[in-house]
Ligand binder design. Structure first.
Ligand code: ADP
Ligand code: MG
Length: 259
């Protein structure tokens, strides 16, 4: 599973990955490499395969063909899983955090309990140890004073910051974000993006799906434009936004950037 021969520094590597839902091909020959500390932003129209791609990084979806390596572990394919390839999947999941559009916090647990739960259950940390870490993470996302509240007592932006803290509590090496601000009122988007900016400053490897184009331009080391399951164009934000080479990229950007 660990590949000692893998001398590249890639944290996430896709090689010629194909993914099908039944007969429908959702990822088409995707090749992509994300270095440690790199921030990659995925853009593209709805249905282009952005969620599918990042879900293949933590095994929420599995690919049928090609190779996915995350932090040195080879992701099992759909077929491998039928033959008991789950160990690698669990190992990969331990190192990958994910934040969704919907925050998925436990409504009947307090903020601090939400964050401390997985480290206690999965990592066997004591309550005291897990809650100490949880408080430090709440500090980091600016919510230490909300520790004893329930999710329903917080704004959407605050809940999403708790969800990020909960994910960080598992000490991930890679963080995946799937439209983390899409469910938020516009005035709450900024506080979540601020937390992501800080993670970037701390050197976290991140793959982010977002429609916030100004944010993408600001934080991305690389922007990837997807269409119909394929990576159409990838490059530095300045290149993609100011000098898109592909006609499809140009047409997508002119649609989303015009107001
Ligand atoms: P995006 O995140 O870019 O909107 P998705 O990765 O969610 O795109 O979806 C890519 C394509 O795969 C879409 O056509 C979608 O309808 C299809 N798809 C996604 N999930 C499933 C699924 N579980 N079963 C069947 N088709 C799916
Ligand atoms: Mg999606």
């Amino acid at each position: 599973m660990r590949r000692p021969d893998d001398s590249s520094q890639a944290m996430v590597a896709f090689a010629n990955v194909n993914k099908f839902y039944g007969n429908f091909q959702a990822l088409c020959d995707v090749t992509l490499s994300v270095s440690a500390g790199e921030v990659v932003v995925l853009i593209g129209a709805s249905g282009s395969g952005k969620s599918t791609l990042i879900r293949c990084v933590n095994g929420l979806e599995t690919h049928q063909d090609g190779c996915v390596v995350v932090d040195g572990f080879t992701m099992p394919t759909t077929k491998d899983l039928e033959f008991g390839g789950e160990k690698a999947l669990h190992q990969i999941r331990r190192g990958v955090g994910m934040v969704f559009q919907q925050f998925n916090l436990f409504p009947h647990k307090t903020v601090i309990e939400n964050i401390a739960l997985a480290p206690m259950r999965v990592r066997r940390k004591s309550r005291q140890e897990a809650e100490t870490v949880a408080l430090r993470l709440l500090d980091r996302v600016g919510l230490r004073d909300q520790a004893q509240k329930y999710p329903g007592q917080l704004s959407g932006g605050q809940q999403q910051r708790v969800a990020i803290a909960r994910s960080l509590a598992m000490e991930p090496h890679v963080m995946l974000f799937d439209e983390p601000t899409s469910a938020l009122d516009p005035e709450l988007v900024g506080e979540v993006l601020d937390v992501m900016r800080e993670l970037r400053t701390d050197g976290m490897t991140m793959m982010i799906v977002t429609h916030e184009m100004a944010f993408a331009r600001e934080v991305a080391d690389r922007v990837i434009y997807m269409d119909r399951g394929a990576i159409v164009e990838a490059g530095q934000p300045g290149q993609i936004f100011d000098e898109p080479r592909n006609e499809r990229t140009r047409s997508f950007l002119s649609r989303v950037l015009k107001h």
